[in-house]
Design a protein around this ligand. Structure first.
Ligand code: SF4
Length: 220
């Protein structure tokens, strides 16, 4: 089976409590205005044999606290998502956190097929008109929902006052060759400020944020 992956990384500290594996699925049919990850929207890109991903999970998960799956839209590749999570579940100590831009109500029937595989879900589209005050959520309409007993602990940890302390930063900075990229759920204003600071220092900064002002408009 092939799976389209934007990125897979370990260790990641900004996508949930502790030291985690982060997987960003490639392809998103939802296309929220202002999405910070436009680079993950295109479908039929970055396809790999799913066994390559599972091999990395088997290497990394024994030393991890959890797995976070984001995107892109993970439920746009529902069979692949299930295969990845089933494989991860063999590592008993980890918890699993999955993002989706679909509302929980829409996902409900699909979630029956994921019984016990997803400990907590962050669901709902990014809404640029909303405030952003909740840990790990890009906008406050997004719901953080426990789906297992372990998920209740995970949700408590994410909502706890200690989260986003130095042990759980809001951004991870990663390096690939001469490129640095960021993972996490940053404050949108901070991203623009960072790009401005980089520009002042003669460094090119690229934001993958959607620049449309509404869903029906093409890029300005
Ligand atoms: S926020 Fe998530 S669901 Fe919305 S367009 Fe971006 S990747 Fe897709």
């Amino acid at each position: 089976m092939e799976i389209a992956i934007s990125r897979i990384h370990y260790p990641v500290f900004s996508m949930g409590p502790g030291k985690r594996v982060g997987i960003w699925f490639q392809g998103c049919s939802i296309k929220c205005v202002g999405c910070i990850s436009v680079d993950t929207w295109a479908e039929n890109k970055h396809s790999v044999d799913i066994n390559q991903v599972i091999n990395l999970l088997n290497e990394w998960l024994p030393n991890s606290d959890g797995l976070t799956i984001s995107g892109g839209e993970p439920f746009d590749q529902v069979e692949q998502l299930k295969t990845i999570l089933s494989s991860a579940r063999k590592h008993k100590q980890i918890d699993t956190l999955v993002y989706s831009g679909y509302e929980y109500e829409k996902l409900k029937s699909n979630l029956k097929n994921f019984d016990g595989l997803i400990d907590a879900l962050i669901s709902g589209p990014f809404d640029i008109s909303q405030t952003q005050s909740l840990n790990l959520r890009g906008s406050d309409n997004q719901e953080l929902i426990p789906l297992t007993r372990k998920g209740e602990d995970l949700v408590s940890a994410i909502n706890g006052s200690g989260f986003n302390a130095s042990s759980s930063p809001s951004i991870d900075l990663m390096y690939e060759g001469n490129t640095a990229w960021m993972a996490g759920v940053p404050n949108q204003v901070d991203i623009n400020s960072l790009i401005e600071i980089l520009k002042i220092n003669n460094v090119d900064g690229v934001s993958t944020m959607d620049k449309r002002i509404n869903k029906d408009k093409e890029y300005e």
